[in-house]
Design a binder for this molecule. Structure first.
Ligand code: GDP
Length: 221
């Protein structure tokens, strides 16, 4: 996939305020500070499309971006390649992260829960949820709980292990394998997963190819 443009659309406090459900949509979620903004910037090839947060967990809105892309990079302007240069539009939804500072009230946590549940269960054009996991850590209860909740909601998701440059490769692999092993204690099958590093610009192509494949099977609503 080749990105043509990526544009911020709107920030919404509820799923009802989200833009019309026309384009295939991919949502990104994870614990505060997991590297979500950096990943969105990496995928879209922008320096500062999603703001990398100075204050973890501050954004409590759903941020929408519209991406225009070519399904594949074609040499020579794509002449004679059927559909090769036809631009495709799709959305990124940047969801507010979980894992709060102790100072955040119960009311604010409930609001987050209601907003996320409505968005995930009701958003008609949501094709896949990308759940980001910090590859520096062994499996964390908060991530596992969120993923198990997705199982109950039957939400299609994939995992993205972020910040893989931070550990030695062996330690990253151990954490990833342990995470998948832990999931397989309650899940029949492990979800697809990707390893990324915003610093080393790793994982971008693989995730964009995955999205490109899903875009082709998206039926217009
Ligand atoms: P968000 O709160 O989930 O949106 O996370 P950010 O993208 O704002 O990243 C949080 C912090 O982690 C920032 O200081 C980033 O520079 C850093 N960070 C994000 N991704 C990576 C990565 O792949 N490698 C390294 N070394 N640092 C990262």
């Amino acid at each position: 996939m080749e990105i043509i443009s990526a544009q911020y659309i709107i920030s919404s406090a509820t799923y009802k305020q989200c833009p019309p459900a026309e384009n295939p949509e991919y949502a990104f979620i994870g614990r505060s500070n997991v590297g979500k903004s950096s990943l969105i910037n990496l995928l879209t090839g922008q320096v500062n499309l999603a703001k990398t947060s100075a204050t973890p967990g501050k954004t409590k809105l759903i941020n929408h971006f519209e991406i225009k892309s070519h399904p594949q990079a074609v040499k020579g302007g794509g002449k004679g390649v059927p559909g090769g240069r036809q631009a495709v539009k799709w959305n990124i939804a940047d969801l507010p992260g979980y894992g709060y500072a102790a100072t955040v009230s119960q009311k604010a946590r409930n609001n987050w829960g209601n907003m996320i549940e409505s968005y995930i269960r009701k958003r008609e054009n949501l094709v896949c949820l990308f759940v980001l996991i910090d590859s520096r850590h062994t499996p964390q209860a908060i991530d596992l709980e969120f993923i198990n909740q997705l199982g109950e909601w039957q939400t299609p998701f994939v995992l993205v292990f972020t910040k893989t440059d931070k550990n030695k490769p062996g330690a990253t692999t151990r954490n990833v394998e342990l995470f998948i092993h832990t999931l397989l204690q309650t899940w029949e099958q492990a979800p697809p997963y990707y390893l990324t590093s915003a610093v080393k610009r790793m994982g971008q192509k693989e995730i964009l190819d995955y999205i490109s494949g899903l875009n082709t099977s998206f039926t217009k609503l």
